[in-house]
Design a protein around this ligand. Structure first.
Ligand SMILES: Nc1ncnc2c1ncn2[C@@H]1O[C@H](COP(=O)(O)OP(=O)(O)OP(=O)(O)O)[C@@H](O)[C@H]1O
Length: 258
């Protein structure tokens, strides 16, 4: 591999082993993510998707193997990442805007509070939330809260967003709207996104690339580039075929959106 290719790599996972007690979740696992990619990760329940995100974010170490994020070990790269989880994890008594500001403060970003608020307003506006920016988080709907969580993650200007089933708790209408917002966000910022989901339709709606992991020990059983322009027609034959292809080798009980 040339140095130019290395520079374009956001994530490199080589021979990674994950073990909890006597259980081997992954052994010799490989995955590369290119900078700027919107990678969707599908896979059997318990195959290690969330654990892999935690390893990238330096929350836990792998048992063995080499993991680099932007060419560095995860403990040197964590400040370039931001997480979005399935639940929004906001402080309920703070306004939407101040939850975003808090994220920037906790990240140790330098600046005046007024500047932080301006950035927060801008990110909330990008996600269609200007009208609720002063509302306390506990008064927001589930979809609004998750948007605030995404705005909070984006406000720290991460080079990579790690998203762990961020839309799965939302109703279909909100989910569909948020998918479109996420694509807009990705197009405008160019941030690398690694997005874990159980929903095949969601993966093909969002990703520039979709990988599917087998159950333990997990390995990549499908790795597909999705070149279709956004917004995508999910009922087109190409998309229907792609959804079928991606579900081969997966337990139908563990996935949705086929
Ligand atoms: N801290 C831990 N201690 C022990 N076992 C763990 C720990 N964290 C995860 N596991 C186990 O490791 C396996 C992989 O977990 P992980 O959450 O990464 O799976 P996943 O692919 O994200 O699953 P799902 O799709 O169901 O969310 C599971 O069997 C889980 O029970």
């Amino acid at each position: 591999m040339t140095s130019t290719q290395t520079a374009a790599l956001a994530v490199r996972i080589e021979d990674m082993q994950i073990q909890f007690g006597s259980e081997t979740i992954m052994s010799d696992f490989h995955l590369d993510v290119q900078e700027g990619e919107f990678l969707c990760v599908l896979g059997a329940s318990g195959c290690g998707k969330s654990t892999t995100l935690r390893i990238l974010g330096d929350l836990i170490p792998p048992k063995a193997g080499e993991v680099t994020v932007f060419g560095k070990p995860p403990h040197e790269a964590w400040s370039e990442l931001a997480y979005v989880f399935q639940s929004p994890r906001l402080l309920p008594w703070l306004s939407a805007r101040d939850n975003v500001v808090l994220g920037m403060t906790l990240r140790g970003m330098r600046g005046r509070r007024r500047e932080f608020r301006e950035v927060a307003e801008e990110k909330l506006s990008l996600l269609g939330l200007s009208h609720v920016s002063r509302k306390p988080a506990h008064q927001l709907s589930g979809g609004e809260k998750q948007r605030v969580a995404i705005a909070r993650a984006v406000a720290v200007q991460p080079r990579m967003l790690l998203m762990d089933e961020p839309l799965s708790a939302l109703d279909i209408k909100t989910r569909t709207k948020l998918r479109a917002d996420l694509v807009t966000l990705w197009e405008r910022t160019g941030t690398t996104i690694v997005f874990v989901t159980h929903d095949v339709e969601e993966a093909v709606a969002l990703g520039t690339r979709v990988v599917v992991l087998s159950s333990r020990p997990a390995e990549v059983i499908h790795d597909v580039r999705v070149d279709a322009a956004q917004p995508r027609d999910l009922s087109s034959m190409d998309m229907v075929d792609l959804r079928r292809e991606l579900t081969r080798g997966l337990d139908p009980a563990e996935i949705t959106g086929v």
